[in-house]
Design a protein around this ligand. Structure first.
Ligand code: URA
Length: 255
């Protein structure tokens, strides 16, 4: 239940103060009854609210979720062959949401899900160049020159070369290392092909955050709704008003 004047404001009728004036003027009906009393409550899902006989409806509220996609899952809502897929983590209550882009079968980490098509377009359209950061475990230890080469551009097949915005060593293991790579596009197997091009094949790939929304405190397979603050950040990033904060960390079992 919520206050009627708030509901009217959410429905785009008027500001909350003006909505109260409309109520006092006897212009608002709930389930056919005129409601003048300030502070009256309404059930947005079940009550019918009218202004001078005109039925109101609320603008659609979009849904935003973040999934920690585990390794060994396909970025699809349903797989006809019954392979593990991200749809396995969705329930009816989550509504009809879609993944924002895709991660490879063996890549794990942050994957946004939403029914907000405009936001998806903004986040994925190459011309908006929204940075995407990955942490890759690669064979050997790339030299500073090799990392610099990633930023200058590398040939990854017949298409145009690929360029990183940032390439930085995160930590060094015995025979391998973890490298943070930021790119601004989403070509097929992009990160893997870029590291292959400098002679350091990817052994494991993790995306700690998507558009600044982090999975660092989550476990593989966990799905949660974004907080209010995260929704604000996501929209600011999608609209180009802020850059996604760089989130760096290793997959949970590797800590
Ligand atoms: N680049 C890749 O190679 N794989 C992914 O899953 C994401 C980016």
């Amino acid at each position: 239940m919520e206050r009627l004047h708030k509901y009217l404001a959410r429905a785009g009728v008027a500001s909350r103060r003006k909505a109260e004036k409309l109520m006092l003027a006897g212009k608002v009906q709930v389930n056919g009854q005129t409601v003048c009393k300030l502070g009256s409550l309404v059930d947005a899902e079940h009550d019918e609210v009218c202004i001078e006989g005109q039925k109101l409806s609320l603008p659609k509220q979009h849904q935003y979720f973040i999934l920690y996609k585990p390794r060994g899952t396909i970025t699809t809502l349903a797989d006809p062959q019954g392979r593990p897929c991200i749809g396995d983590w969705l329930r009816k209550k989550h509504g009809r949401v879609y993944p924002v882009g895709r991660l490879d079968y063996d890549t794990e980490g942050a994957l946004l899900l939403t029914d907000d098509g405009d936001l998806v377009n903004r986040l994925l359209m190459p011309r908006f160049q929204i940075p995407r950061s990955y942490v890759a475990k690669v064979r050997g230890q790339p030299s500073p020159e090799a990392l610099q080469q990633l930023c200058k551009g590398v040939v990854i097949g017949e298409e145009r070369p690929a360029q990183a915005l940032r390439a930085k060593l995160h930590c060094v293991l015995k025979a391998n290392s973890w490298v943070v790579l930021t790119v601004t596009e989403g070509r097929y197997h992009l990160v893997k092909r870029m590291f292959a091009a400098i002679g350091h094949p990817v052994l494991a790939l993790f995306r700690p955050a998507q558009a600044g929304i982090s999975v660092l405190n989550m476990y593989p397979g966990q799905l949660r709704a974004l907080t209010q603050e995260e929704c604000v950040l996501l929209k600011a990033v999608a609209l180009g008003h802020s850059r996604p904060p760089l989130v760096v960390g290793l997959p949970i079992r590797k800590r």
